[in-house]
Design a binder for this molecule. Structure first.
Ligand SMILES: Cc1ncc(C[n+]2csc(CCOP(=O)(O)OP(=O)(O)O)c2C)c(N)n1
Length: 555
C-alpha cells in the first residue's frame, strides 16, 4: 500500500503557524483536517495537545492566549466539534483574549446542501468572534493566517475563527509563510496625557480601575509606579486581580461580584475615574451603577486600545486610544506631576486589607481559613484558575494574585474553565505551581480534561469545593423564591471526586474539616502530577460574603 505525501497546503498552514511563533496546538481530532494532523508530524516547533472535549480545547487555547499575549491555537472538526468549541470563543471575546480557532470544514463540493456536519461557520461564529472567514484558496493561506494573528492581537484582543474546507487542505501550492506579525504601536498622544494630568491635578478623589484588553506584565509594572507616585487608589476590574500587585500600597481591591462595599462607595463618590483597559462592563460596574452612568459632576478618563469601545457605553471626558503598556509607560515616565499627591491610595489599601483578612466562619471546613492556609503554604506566584460559581469568591477575596499572570478566570462567568485553564497553565509554566479551584458543578463541566493533564504529565492541584448544589443558583433562588419546597433544579448528587481523580491516575484526598484540608494541601504540595483535594462543605455555606441559606430565608 502506498501512502500519500502530506499535501502542500496543510504543510504551508502549519509552517505559517510556526512562523508566527505558535508552539502549541490544542485539539480534538476530526477526519476533516487529517492533512493538518499529518503535517504536524513534520513540524517539530509545535506540540499537539489532544484533549477530550472541544470545550476543553477552546478554554485551553483561550487561557494560553491570556498567558502569552499571542493567540492560543485550537483545531476542531466541523459541526459537532465547532459547536462544542464555541464556549471558548465566547469567553475569549468577552475576556479580550487572543485566540484562533481553526475548524475543519466540509469539502467544497458538498457545500450548501446541509451536508454531513455542515454549518456556515463564518455566519455561526460572527456574533461572538472578532473576525471569521473561510480559506478557499491554498495560495492565500499565508495572508489569512497573518491577518488572523494581526486581528487577534491588535486593539482589543479577541478570537478569530477560520474554516478550512477539506479539499483546500489537499491542494498544491508554492506559497510561502509571511513573517511574524506584531501588534501595531499605539502610544498615547502627548497632548492627551497632558490633559489627563491636568484633570488629575484638579481632582479631589480620583480612583483608577485597571485590567482588561491587552494588559501585560509591563503595563502592570509601569501603572503601579505611576499610581504609587500619585497615591491614586487602584481597583481592578472583575477577575483582573493580577493587573496590579496586591501588595502595592495603592491597591484598593477588586470590583465585580462580591466586592468590598467600602470600595464600591469610594468608586461611587469619586470625582474622577481613570479606567485603563477595563471596558467598564456589566460585572465591573455592577449593572452600570458603579460608577453611575450619568453623573454630571464626575469626570471619566477612559484609556482603551479600541476606539470603538471608547464612548460606547460611558461618555468619556477624555478618551485615550492606546495600548496598555505604552500608556502605562508614558504615565510612569511623565515628570510634571510633583504637585499631585493623594493620600486616598493608602486609605483604600488599608480598607481592602481589612476586608480581605480572614476571620473564622464557624463551619467545619472553614473556607476562609482554607484559602489563608493555601496562602501560607503555596508560592506567591501560584497560578489560580477557576470557572464560575460562588466557590471562586473565597479566592477572589482572600487569595493574593501576586505576579502576572496569576489569575486565569473567565470574566464572562463560564463554568468549566478552571480545569482546562490549569492544564494549559501547567504546560506553559511547568516550573510554577498551578491550582484549579472548582465547584462540584463547575468541575464536572470539564473534569474529563484530567485525562489530558495525566496524558501530558501536567503538574496541577485541583480543589473541588463540593456543596452538592449549583450553589450560586440556589442562592439566587433563596433570594427570589425562598423555602425548602421551592428549591428547584439546583440539587446535585455527586460522584466520589477523590476516587475519580485516582481513576485518572492522580493522587487525591478528601477533606471535611479545616484540619483535614491543611493536611491534604501539605501532602499535595509534597507530590507532583495530578492531585485533587475533595472539599466537602455544607450548602449552607453559600458564599465568601458569609451569606447562608438560613440568613437569606430570614430576610
Ligand atoms: C456554562 C455555564 N452554565 C451555567 C451557568 C450558570 N451558573 C452560574 S454559577 C452556577 C452554579 C455553579 O455551581 P458550582 O460549581 O457547584 O459552584 P457553587 O456556586 O455551588 O459554589 C451556574 C449553574 C454558567 N455560568 N455557565
Amino acid at each position: 500500500m502506498t501512502s500519500s505525501p502530506t499535501p502542500a497546503a496543510a504543510r504551508l498552514l502549519v509552517d505559517c503557524l510556526a512562523e508566527q511563533g505558535c508552539d502549541r496546538i490544542f485539539t480534538v481530532p476530526g477526519e476533516s483536517f487529517l492533512q493538518v494532523l499529518d503535517a504536524l508530524t513534520q513540524q517539530s516547533a509545535i506540540d499537539l495537545v489532544t484533549c477530550r472535549q472541544e470545550g476543553g480545547v477552546s478554554f485551553m487555547a483561550c487561557a494560553d492566549g491570556a498567558m502569552t499575549g499571542r493567540p492560543g491555537i485550537a483545531f476542531v472538526t466541523r459541526g459537532p466539534g465547532a459547536t462544542n468549541a464555541s464556549i471558548g470563543v465566547h469567553v475569549a471575546m468577552q475576556d479580550s483574549q487572543p485566540m484562533i480557532l481553526f475548524v475543519g470544514d466540509v469539502d467544497s463540493s458538498m457545500r450548501d446542501r446541509e451536508g454531513f456536519q455542515e454549518i456556515d461557520f463564518p455566519a455561526f461564529f460572527s456574533p461572538i468572534a472578532k473576525w471569521t472567514a473561510r480559506i478557499d484558496s491554498a495560495d492565500r493561506i499565508p495572508e489569512y493566517v497573518a491577518r488572523a494573528y494581526a486581528t487577534a492581537i491588535s486593539g482589543r484582543p479577541g478570537p478569530v475563527v477560520l474554516a478550512l474546507p477539506e479539499d483546500m487542505l489537499s491542494r498544491e501550492t508554492a506559497a510561502t509563510p509571511r513573517p511574524r506579525m506584531e501588534r501595531p504601536a499605539q502610544a498615547p498622544c502627548p497632548d492627551a496625557m497632558a490633559t489627563m494630568m491636568a484633570l488629575l491635578a484638579d481632582a479631589a478623589a480620583p480612583v483608577a480601575i485597571v485590567g482588561g484588553a491587552g494588559w501585560n506584565a509591563k503595563a502592570r509594572e509601569y501603572f503601579q509606579l505611576f499610581a504609587e507616585r500619585l497615591g491614586i487608589p487602584v481597583a481592578t476590574g472583575f477577575r483582573r486581580q493580577d493587573a496590579i500587585a496586591p501588595s502595592s500600597r495603592v491597591y484598593a481591591g477588586n470590583l465585580g461580584y462580591g466586592p468590598n462595599p467600602k470600595l464600591v462607595q469610594r468608586v461611587k463618590d469619586a470625582d474622577l475615574i481613570l479606567a485603563v483597559g477595563a471596558r467598564l462592563g456589566e460585572a465591573t460596574t455592577d449593572g452600570y451603577t458603579v460608577p453611575p452612568l450619568i453623573a454630571p459632576d464626575r469626570r471619566l478618563v477612559h484609556v482603551h486600545p479600541d476606539p470603538g469601545e471608547l464612548n460606547s457605553v460611558y461618555r468619556a471626558d477624555l478618551a485615550i486610544c492606546a495600548s496598555m503598556d505604552e500608556f502605562a509607560e508614558s504615565a510612569a515616565l511623565w515628570d510634571n506631576d510633583d504637585a499631585i499627591d493623594f493620600d486616598a491610595g493608602a486609605q483604600a489599601h488599608a480598607e481592602w486589607e481589612d476586608w480581605a483578612s480572614v476571620h473564622k466562619d464557624g463551619h467545619a471546613l472553614d473556607m476562609d481559613q482554607a484559602v489563608q492556609f493555601m496562602r501560607d503554604t503555596l508560592p506567591a506566584d501560584t497560578i489560580v484558575c477557576n470557572g464560575a460559581g460562588n466557590f471562586a469568591g473565597w479566592w477572589h477575596r482572600y487569595w493574593r494574585y501576586e505576579g502576572f499572570p496569576t489569575q486565569l478566570a473567565p470574566t464572562c462567568g463560564a463554568m468549566g474553565y478552571g480545569v482546562p485553564a490549569a492544564v494549559a497553565a501547567s504546560l506553559r509554566f511547568p516550573e510554577r505551581t498551578v491550582v484549579a479551584v472548582a465547584g462540584d458543578g463547575d468541575f464536572l463541566m470539564n473534569g474529563q480534561e484530567l485525562a489530558t493533564a495525566a496524558q501530558y504529565g501536567a503538574n496541577l492541584i485541583v480543589i473541588v469545593v463540593d456543596n452538592s448544589a449549583y450553589g450560586t443558583i440556589r442562592m439566587h433562588q433563596e433570594r427570589e423564591f425562598p423555602g425548602e419546597d421551592r428549591v428547584s433544579g439546583t440539587r446535585l448528587a455527586n460522584p466520589d471526586f477523590a476516587g475519580l481523580a485516582e481513576a485518572f491516575g492522580g493522587w487525591s484526598a478528601r477533606a471535611e474539616t479545616t484540619e483535614q484540608f491543611k493536611d491534604a494541601l501539605i501532602a499535595a504540595k509534597g507530590r507532583s502530577g495530578l492531585r485533587l483535594v475533595h472539599c466537602v462543605i455544607e450548602v449552607e455555606q453559600l458564599a465568601a460574603s458569609g451569606a447562608t441559606i438560613s440568613g437569606l430565608r430570614q430576610r
